[in-house]
Write a protein that binds this ligand. Structure first.
Ligand SMILES: *Cc1c(COP(=O)(O)O)cnc(C)c1O
Length: 445
């Protein structure tokens, strides 16, 4: 089939996620056929640098020999078997590996298939936990405004992106939302201290009814790459301990090296009670997620069969062996290739290129933590006035970057760079130059 024929069929039958399908073909979608390393190749043979890691999942690049081999080797054994009532070799080995990498104290791994389910599970675990320990009044959750924890009803309830979530308001359970400690658009003077004051006031007043605090550690990704001030998470963790509220860290986006450490919580020396991982877990190969729990949480669920303390939750493909096998191979590469130390040189090049981007008059803010980058476009730099939603400015800049063979995807007026950890120095230069040129050409110098 030609690309035109494929796209006509796509437009006829595929309903794309987060996409206004009216006008879909006007947005010039690419049809990806194959990949090599950090590059995707479309059906017309054009090569595109995958600077968003295929929506934040690719870690060591596409078609990574070790990962391809891990899937093939597991295929020769078994593709799927259930974790309900039985165990499987890769799911056992991966759980032990995850526990060895996670902050000390997280000892139990509950598998699922997506970031949304990993958060849904953490919320349900926390909710049930307080009933099991005899404090059933602790039922409510605290979350940040503009948080994104996935698209199922539970994960949307603890989310706070109005554009995505407002329409479903009546389906959601009530959550205490607190202000996001995001420096660029903070309304007060000191995002760190003022945010912590608000949180402490809420926790001290309501802790008897609070089950958990759900948070994306360090970087609120889908909000537009908002960065938390240094020390914020550490102090939130201390407040949660003080008021006996479970801390749930959603590492779905930040996990597996994105912020420069294996998990973002390491920067703040924090061990959450529950930790959600997904996106980078299989290196971008197969859908797999996990909710890690502390022993304290896990122990509460133990009891005689007839006490029904069981965690009655599970998805059909939970702990899929192919996915677990490729996740194990993905984690092994962090050691064999020293991925995290090797990111440093590329980070420096990214930072250098982004410093040039930051000088452009329509760039209000450049935010970066490791390989997570947000470049916020504004109509007026002095007043921080945003571009109108309808102008699709982020989208237009990303479309312009295609002239350089670079694939980007925006979050509103924020252009996101989320390259694979395998990005090379040359590719880092290409990405930041493409972005610079795309902004200049779209918005004028
Ligand atoms: C992407 C994301 C999710 C949802 O993951 P899915 O696999 O898309 O369900 C949850 N939390 C965070 C922080 C994310 O970035």
């Amino acid at each position: 089939m030609t690309t035109a024929e494929l796209l006509a069929l796509d437009a006829a039958h595929v309903w794309h996620p987060f996409t206004q399908m009216q006008g879909w073909l006007d947005d010039q979608p690419l049809v990806i056929d194959r990949a090599e390393g950090n590059w995707l190749i479309d059906t017309d043979g054009r090569r595109w640098l995958d600077a968003i890691s295929s929506l934040w999942v690719t870690v060591h690049g596409h078609r990574k020999a070790e990962l391809d081999a891990a899937v093939r080797a597991q295929l020769d054994k078994v593709a799927h078997c259930t974790l309900l009532g039985q165990a499987s070799v890769p799911s056992i080995e991966l759980a032990a590996k995850l526990v060895s990498l996670a902050p000390t104290g997280l000892t139990r791994v509950f598998y699922s298939d997506s970031g949304s389910t990993s958060v849904e599970i953490a919320v349900k675990m926390a909710y049930q936990y307080w009933q099991l320990v005899g404090r059933p009044g602790k039922q409510k959750f605290v979350a940040l405004r503009e948080a994104y924890h996935g698209d199922t009803i539970g994960s949307v309830s603890v989310g706070g992106v109005d554009l995505f979530h407002e329409r479903f308001r009546h389906l959601l359970f009530p959550v205490h939302h607190v202000a996001t400690p995001h420096a660029y658009r903070w309304q007060g003077v000191d995002p760190l201290e003022e945010s912590l004051l608000e949180i402490e006031a809420l926790l001290s007043a309501r802790h008897e009814e609070l089950a958990g605090f759900v948070v994306e550690p360090l970087v609120q990704g889908a909000a537009g790459m908002f960065l938390q001030p240094e020390g914020w998470l550490r102090r939130v963790a201390a407040l949660c301990r003080q008021y006996d509220v479970l801390l749930i860290c959603d590492e779905v986006a930040t996990g597996f090296g994105r912020t420069g450490t294996m998990f973002a919580v390491e920067h703040e020396g924090v061990t959450p009670d529950l930790m959600c991982v997904a996106k980078g877990l299989t290196g971008g190969y197969l859908p797999l997620a996990a909710t890690l729990a502390s022993d304290r949480v896990y122990q509460a669920f133990l009891g005689r069969f007839d006490e029904a303390k069981t965690f009655f939750h599970g998805h059909t493909y939970t702990g899929n062996p192919l996915a677990c096998a490729v996740a194990l191979a993905n984690l092994a590469i962090f050691e064999s290739e020293q991925t995290l130390p090797r990111m440093k040189a590329v980070e420096a090049v990214l930072a250098e290129g982004l410093a040039e981007v930051a000088k452009l008059p329509q760039v209000g803010d450049v935010r970066r933590r490791g390989f997570m980058v947000g470049v916020e476009l504004v109509k007026d730099r002095a007043t921080k006035e945003p571009f109108d939603f309808a102008e699709r400015m982020g989208f237009r800049v990303c479309l312009a970057a295609r002239a350089h063979g670079v694939l980007l995807r925006p979050l509103g007026n924020v252009v996101v760079l989320m390259p694979p950890l395998s990005l090379t120095v040359d590719e880092a230069r290409l990405v930041t130059r493409a972005l610079h040129d795309a902004i200049t050409r779209t918005l004028g110098a």
